[in-house]
Each structure stands twice: as structure tokens, then as C-alpha cells.
Design a protein around this ligand. Structure first.
Ligand code: P6P
Length: 317
């Protein structure tokens, strides 16, 4: 099986250059380190919550802080990294003054699941940015996007401009390639949504879910986007976290820069679709680092049905 190191050597058709290889190698190493910390976290007193509230207004968990520091260290070890943008930090962190790539990440997404031993993940992307003014660019400006899913296995899902590759961590801590060209099937009878928020859904989402249930679709909701995303990569389906129709200004729950954009690039690179209503996630022009957006992504035919439902309502309006 191809190792991650071997994969980094074969760069034809990708965005990889010597600098990005170093960045990617250090990010992969960081995910290995986070995976190790998670495995014994309840034995090492790393569960529970701290007294610290992050920029999201969420109580930080020890592993949020630790994972964030591990990802920042990966950036510091990469001479070409100019800035780091983290879900856990109010603003971008200057790393190397002569750097040309910014690393944007959610160090531990779904951490509310840590104490109940459910899959969580690290989501990241790399963009070209020598100054902080270049950080707010739309998702099509991402060079690299990926996530690590820390579950029964630790898997790294990555796009460097040539489809999507999946790696699985072996017992020796080596990522081995388990898929050279992962694809999301265009149809699947499974949706992921937090059904408790039914009253906040707009009509397009409500009508799609109603029809899906009427036609025998199944529902899965882990409460950890990386886990739901990984299932969609493996057997298709659609993930929905729509805007709250009662609080339109909130934008949604998920963050554009370090959740929606990296996942959106991966999903499109695997033949899926990622939208917010009638427009694609990757074409949204960001206005702030922690901007939230509605998120709908997965099997293309399913997402197209939802997009059509939005367009019909615009015509009716
Ligand atoms: P809810 C985790 O906090 C997260 O950002 C995503 O990983 C997950 O899909 C979503 O929130 C869960 O939201 O409303 O079900 O708690």
C-alpha cells in the first residue's frame, strides 16, 4: 500500500511544491499526535471542560486547547506558513513574516462528543496568503483541504488538486493510502440533519426532508460534522445544517472558513455538491474569520433536488 510519504513524492497534477509538502507533512504529523492524545484522554484527565470560553462563546475543553496548540506548532515548524487561523482564536496568528501560505483550521470539531467517545475531527485548509489581508478569500482559493476523523480508525481525507485521497493510520503510526480517488455516489437514501430544529427549517429543506422520509430515506445524525461527512464519503447521503428561519442574521451554525469551505472543496473534488440554497459554498465571499453559513452538501443528485426547491421558491416569491 502507498504510504503518505510516497504519495507526497508523486506530485504530478497537484498543487504541491516543496513548501506545501512540508506544510502537509507537519499537518499530518499533528493529526497523528492529536489522535494519540484522544486515545487515552479520559485516563490523562483531558476530558470535561475548562473555565475558558472561546470566541465562539463555547466552553473550551482541554483537548480543544491541546489540539489547537499542536496545530499551531505544525504551522511554526513550516517556514512557508505566514498565518494560522483557528476556530479557537479570535484573530489570525502571525507565524513566519516571509511565509506565503496561511493554514486555516478547526483543531477539534465536534468536541462536545469527546466525553462520550464519539468520532471527532480536525478540519484544515491551506491558501496562498502573504499578508493578513489575503486571508478572506472564497473557498475556490483553497489549495489544499482535508480532515482527520478520529474514530475506530484514524483516517485522513485530503485533496491537493487531483481528486480526493484517503489514508488510514496503521498500528505503527504510518498513514497508508486506502483510496486513491474517493468518489461520493450521486444518489443515496440517507440524510443527516438535527431533526430537533424542525421549526427553524425553511420550506425548501422541510419539503426535501418530508419527501425523503415519505420515500423511505434513513436518517443519521452524529452531532459531529466530520463523522457525518466521512459516512457520506463512504456511502453517500446529504448533510444539512440550514439557517434558522427565525434568526436569519445568525447565518447558520457552521463556520465558513474552517468548516464549510474545506468540506466543500473535498465534496466537490469527489463529485458531490455543496451549497447554501441556490449558490455554492465555495463561491461565498467571506466577510469575517468566524462567519457562519448554512451548509448543505453530499450526493450531487440529492443536493440538486434541494437547490431546485430553493429556486422554485424564489420564482414563486
Ligand atoms: P447540533 C459540532 O459542535 C458542530 O459544529 C458540528 O460538528 C456538528 O455537525 C454540529 O455542530 C452539531 O450541531 O445542533 O446537533 O449540536
Amino acid at each position: 500500500m502507498t504510504t503518505f510519504e510516497t504519495y507526497l513524492e508523486t506530485r504530478n497534477g497537484t498543487v504541491l511544491d516543496d513548501d506545501l509538502v512540508v506544510v502537509l507533512r507537519n499537518i499530518a504529523e499533528a493529526t497523528r499526535e492529536i489522535s494519540d492524545k484522544l486515545r487515552t484522554s479520559s485516563l490523562d484527565g483531558l476530558t470535561g471542560a475548562t473555565e475558558i470560553t472561546n470566541v465562539q462563546g463555547e466552553a473550551q475543553k482541554p483537548l480543544d486547547i491541546l489540539s489547537n496548540e499542536i496545530m499551531l506548532e505544525a504551522c511554526r515548524r513550516s517556514p512557508s506558513v505566514s498565518f494560522a487561523v483557528s476556530e479557537e482564536l479570535d484573530s489570525e496568528v502571525a507565524i513566519h513574516g516571509d511565509g506565503k501560505y496561511a493554514v486555516i483550521f478547526d483543531p477539534l470539531d465536534g468536541s462536545s462528543n469527546l466525553d462520550v467517545n464519539v468520532t471527532v475531527g480536525t478540519i484544515f485548509s491551506v491558501i496562498r496568503a502573504s499578508t493578513s489581508g489575503e486571508i478572506l478569500k472564497n473557498g475556490r482559493g483553497q489549495l489544499i483541504a482535508g480532515y482527520a476523523a478520529y474514530g475506530p480508525q484514524t483516517t485522513l481525507v485530503l485533496t491537493v488538486g487531483k481528486g480526493v485521497q484517503i489514508f488510514t493510520l496503521n498500528a505503527d503510526g504510518v498513514y497508508l493510502m486506502t483510496s486513491a480517488d474517493a468518489k461520493i455516489v450521486p444518489e443515496a437514501k440517507e440524510f443527516a440533519i438535527n431533526a430537533a430544529r424542525r421549526s427553524s427549517w425553511d420550506d425548501a429543506v422541510a419539503s426535501y426532508i418530508e419527501e425523503a422520509i415519505d420515500t423511505g430515506h434513513n436518517m443519521r445524525w452524529v452531532g459531529s460534522m466530520v463523522a457525518d461527512t466521512h459516512r457520506i464519503f463512504n456511502r453517500g447521503g446529504v448533510f444539512l445544517y440550514p439557517a434558522d428561519r427565525n434568526k436569519p442574521a445568525s447565518g447558520g451554525r457552521l463556520r465558513l472558513l474552517y468548516e464549510a469551505n474545506p468540506i466543500g472543496l473535498l465534496v466537490e473534488a469527489a463529485g458531490g455538491a455543496a451549497i447554501i440554497g441556490t449558490s455554492t459554498i465555495l463561491d461565498i465571499e467571506p466577510t469575517s474569520l468566524h462567519q457562519r453559513v448554512p451548509v448543505i452538501f453530499g450526493s450531487k443528485n440529492e443536493v440538486d433536488k434541494i437547490s431546485a426547491a430553493y429556486r422554485e421558491r424564489i420564482v414563486e416569491a
